[in-house]
Design a binder for this molecule. Sequence first.
Ligand code: HEM
Length: 156
Amino acid sequence: MVALSGAHTIGRAQCVTFRNCIYNESNIDTSSAILRRKSCPAANGSKGNKEANLDDRTPYRFDHSYFMQFVNHRGLLTSDQVLFNGGSTYSIVISYNWSVQAFYRDFVTAMIKNARHQPTHRIQWADPAPLSQAQQLKESKRVCRVDKDIPIIGFA
Ligand code: HEM
């Protein structure tokens, strides 16, 4: 679970998902909270759904800097920051903070394990209609689209 949460090294979160963390929680670094508040007002309003990078240092790089954020008490999501609050997951966060290779190794293992996981309940879905070649091309462009101003995501 800790390794998987490292996926938050890329991507963005809406203000509504981290407002409580930056206004009401005491275990977040104060200067970081103040900075984050600029893009997320205390009250829901026109800016209520503004977004922020989950990883404030290297938001477009799949690295271990999100774990460094926890260690410095700058985690944006409460569900992530709690991984560093002295419980059983604390030492794992420390180890990923030290070693990006350890993070990559465990992330890959966890993703494969997840993919192999057999659900206990089976839901019957109708098979989706196969996509035409044009639809496939459109879909792959949608999935792979990268903003022209954003450097390509890569491993550190
Ligand atoms: C305890 C489990 C998890 C929780 C509570 C959680 C929570 C969240 C939340 C609140 C956001 C922000 C969403 C938004 O504002 O729209 C988010 C974004 C994201 N999550 Fe998770 N997450 C979890 C697990 C995972 C896992 C296992 C992965 C992938 C392996 C993942 C990948 C991402 C990515 C890439 C984003 C950014 C999405 C974007 O930029 O549009 N998350 N997550």
